[in-house]
Design a protein around this ligand. Sequence first.
Ligand code: XMP
Ligand code: MG
Length: 183
Amino acid sequence: MDQSDVAGDLANILLTEEEISAKLDELAAKIDADYAGQDLLLVGVLKGAVMAMADLARRLHHPVQMDWMAVSSYGSGTKSSGVVRILKDLDADLTGRNVLIVEDIIDSGLTLSWLVANLRSRGPASVEIATMLRKPDAAKVEVDVRYVGFDIPNEFVVGYGLDYAEKYRNLPFVGTLAPHVYS
Ligand code: XMP
Ligand code: MG
């Protein structure tokens, strides 16, 4: 899928495929170095993190395991409330494991801070976070993130796993929607 397939729907391209690819190379090199010789379990948060997880994992030289979780934030509309429900739990037992959560985006931070606390309660050796995108101006809680792809403005974005009404996830870049799409 590329820009011509969504002609008119996008207001702006924030991150190109090339920029994302270069950033993933950087993050993967850091993760390889930080976890050298150690066990590592990547935990992807469905559905948004699918692209980041796949592209990050295949750049690692480290022999990781990969598992998935699906959560939903209760709350009105597109805003996260911090009250989270597990839709699909991990298959893996986290006892003694080094866990790296892979996320698409940190907005308010409420979902992720809940998730970190939840995973920490399962007896892992460590829990760290890698997120492709972060909106610093939207933060409602401090989340200690070890690996950040890009800090972006506080605007709703789509592409590279992120959706609007389940669309645009398969765009290889990140953009903002034209107002006519959601108004
Ligand atoms: P919080 O606010 O808890 O929210 O950090 C995280 C989740 O909300 C979704 N989200 C977005 N989805 N474009 C999207 O397509 C956005 O700009 C956006 N901001 C937040 C996303 O599922 C994320 O995991
Ligand atoms: Mg998400």
